[in-house]
Design a protein around this ligand. Sequence first.
Ligand code: IPE
Ligand code: IPE
Ligand code: MG
Length: 242
Amino acid sequence: MAANPTIPKHIAIVMDGNGRWASKRFLPRIAGHRQGLEALRRVVAACAERGIGMLTVFAFSSENWKRPTEEVSGLMSLLAFALTKEMPSLQKEGVKLRIAGATEHLSLRVQESLAQAELATAGNQRLLLNICFNYGGRWDIVQAANRLALTGQPITEESLAAQLSLSQGMDPDLIIRTGGEMRLSNFLLWQAAYSELYFSDILWPDFDAASLDEALLAFASRERRFGMTTDQLQAAPNCVAG
Ligand code: IPE
Ligand code: IPE
Ligand code: MG
């Protein structure tokens, strides 16, 4: 079956706006993060239903350590809790989980729950869910360069890309950022080279299947030229990358 080019194979999301969602309700910020987890569950199910094979989400950035200690430790606990609590629904949806980021700087408890979750879902094939945690695009490029230097291989785009933490997957076709900001905040700097960008004012805890469909509709209307001209694309529509 030919792939439908109007449906992205890989979506990446900057799940932003949890804090503002909570503040609007006079709740502590962590309540927004908890509600953000509900949104993630909805979006994972919606992606799986729509045949999207890969979803990469930004859950904690290299820079998020600058937040108040209480919020940072709340986010760490929420991750460990979520991985356990969500396991039955991840298994039911056929989700394979992978963590990208400097996990060696996380507590042993969190590292253990990450490793267990990856192991428990390793055989699933319906949707690959990459969770970027303690992740930064610059961190990723630097760690890839260090690993490449150790191999002694020549530096090429392919050899460097092969050392990135999400190297087993293709670049995202579509990057969605919720919460109204129009920036990448150090997310997937290398892989975003030719991604379509979609910004939504919806705060992440309010994002649902209908919001995803709006993003998919916008994506379907984009012309992805990868440096070529419209005439070239019309002459040979299958010659584009991605
Ligand atoms: C995104 O929501 C989640 C993380 C960065 C962990 P925020 O917590 O950044 O929410 P806002 O941007 O303050 O509303
Ligand atoms: C980006 O959101 C990181 C995550 C969603 C995990 P931030 O809220 O940290 O980004 P800035 O600080 O507004 O750029
Ligand atoms: Mg934010």
